[in-house]
Design a protein around this ligand. Structure first.
Ligand SMILES: NC(=O)c1ccc[n+]([C@@H]2O[C@H](COP(=O)([O-])OP(=O)(O)OC[C@H]3O[C@@H](n4cnc5c(N)ncnc54)[C@H](OP(=O)(O)O)[C@@H]3O)[C@@H](O)[C@H]2O)c1
Length: 162
């Protein structure tokens, strides 16, 4: 299982239900990595998706005790236990945990790789990921060159569980 997300310098990931910064190249990277795969998210993240619709060309799984059932292929798991059962149906390397804070917290122990887009700036944030640079369980294995979007530097970093 893998994590994919963007963080600011404080490992902030979101504010008031939205991303901190929407970087087109990051969106493209996210799409390239996840198309044809399984994306796992909490209700908060699902509700932050454009049009509150499942991501196209991916198996979408949402953890939510409250969301109404739908007939558009979205898989809703009502408990963490049923989510873990559901995830056994897929190859671990095909599963991407895409957010948000609560779901990362639940599933981080099961993840072996993390694809992090580092944004070299700070934003007001109300959702965070554990700082993997300070975690003894994770090591940085690769980092792209720094790129610039709208005056803000960002880069793509990969971590692996030690
Ligand atoms: N930077 C990034 O790459 C990135 C990626 C994704 C999201 N985000 C940001 O993160 C924020 C959304 O994340 P969030 O932390 O607020 O919400 P979230 O983790 O996406 O979803 C939280 C919801 O998940 C459900 N849930 C969590 N644990 C559960 C459990 N044990 N059993 C049943 N349901 C459970 C609950 O839904 P119910 O209330 O329905 O039970 C809960 O309200 C937004 O700001 C978004 O933009 C950022």
């Amino acid at each position: 299982m893998k994590i994919i997300l963007s963080v600011d310098r404080n490992w902030g990931i979101g504010c008031q239900g939205q991303l901190l910064l929407r970087i087109p190249e990051d969106m493209k990277f996210f799409k390239q990595m996840t198309v044809g795969k399984v994306v796992v998210m909490g209700r908060g993240t699902f509700e932050s998706l454009p049009g509150k619709q499942p991501l196209k060309d991916r198996t979408n799984i949402v953890l939510s005790s409250k969301m109404a059932s739908r007939d558009d292929g979205l898989i809703i798991c009502r408990t963490l236990e049923s989510l873990l059962q559901e995830l056994k149906k897929y190859k671990a390397e095909d599963i991407f945990v895409i957010g948000g804070e609560k779901v990362f917290h639940h599933l981080l122990p099961y993840c072996r790789e993390a694809y992090i887009t580092k944004i070299d700036n700070t934003f007001p944030a109300d959702r965070f990921l554990l700082n993997l640079d300070e975690s003894q369980d994770w090591k940085l294995v690769s980092q792209s060159e720094w790129k610039i979007y709208d005056g803000t530097q960002f880069c793509f970093v990969k971590y692996e569980r030690i």
